[in-house]
Design a protein around this ligand. Structure first.
Ligand code: FPP
Length: 246
């Protein structure tokens, strides 16, 4: 606890990225290493998420985007899918109860139509009831895929053109962004992928054009605020030029 407070104090002395995104990877390997079924790692991963979301709020991160379930994750066993959905349901139930105290704003990115009606309702309720809170905004990517998001946006734009609300000549990056799930959210400054894997896995394909990536071998359930601090320190060493020159 002492260390944690000291870290929080130190945090105030250095720039903090406005938007951090995380691929919460390594839950399965973490569980397997401990002789547990791989889906057992997700409960620990969910605890890490709570710790990191609170820490982000404490140090003044404005947006935290997490990859909770991808469009490809449906290929996993029914047992594993149910475990993840169950954890999300439990988390949202608690979030709805503690909303006034925590003041976290929740936004869901992804095709929610494939979720159970109960979970979908909880997502909609959580988003609606938290929309005016001023704490960190947590963007949950749920049944989310970067390619799927871009196709969804293209479809919506085409529909607006057919209905005469838009015309193809007007399309620029800003307008296209407004059709994405992430409309209104600035692009992520820092994307962290734990667990030693070094790929984007269909996460924020459009939004990550100029994000800084930090990779670490730590498995997500073991990821601590100190690991986040290390990633922020690495980010602060980078020179962001957005294609220009300094
Ligand atoms: C990737 O690890 C993780 C997921 C596919 C699911 C992430 C979900 C959670 C952390 C729980 C969600 C709940 C809340 C409340 C946020 P992996 O299973 O692919 O790990 P592996 O690469 O070691 O197999």
């Amino acid at each position: 606890m002492g260390l944690f407070s000291k870290k929080t104090k130190q945090s105030a002395q250095r720039p903090v990225p406005q938007h951090i995104a995380i691929i919460m990877d390594g839950n399965g390997r973490w569980a397997t290493k401990r002789g547990m079924p791989r889906y057992g790692g997700h409960a620990y991963g969910a605890e890490t998420f709570r710790t990191i979301a609170n820490y982000c709020k404490d140090i003044g991160v404005k947006y935290l985007t997490v990859y909770a379930f991808s469009t490809e994750n449906w290929k996993r066993s029914q047992e594993e899918i149910s475990t993840i959905m169950g954890l999300l349901g439990k988390y949202l139930q608690e979030a709805l109860l503690d909303m006034e105290k925590n003041r976290v704003r929740f936004v869901f990115s992804g095709d929610l139509s494939r979720l159970s009606p109960e979970l979908r309702d909880m997502c909609i309720q959580t988003q609606e009831r938290s929309k005016d809170y001023d704490g960190v905004q947590v963007n949950f990517c749920l049944n989310y895929g970067g390619r799927d998001e871009i196709m969804m946006a293209a479809r919506r734009f085409a529909r607006d053109c057919m209905e005469g609300k838009q015309s193809p000549e007007n399309l620029d990056e800003g307008l296209f962004s407004s059709y994405l799930y992430s409309a209104q959210v600035p692009d992520p400054d820092l994307i962290i992928r734990p667990s030693g894997e070094k790929r984007t896995s269909n996460f924020l394909l459009w939004q990550s054009a100029y994000s800084e990536y930090v990779f670490t071998d730590v498995l997500w359930p073991d990821f601590t605020p100190e690991d986040l601090e290390k990633a922020i320190a690495e980010y602060n060493q980078r020179s962001r030029r957005f294609g220009g020159v300094k």
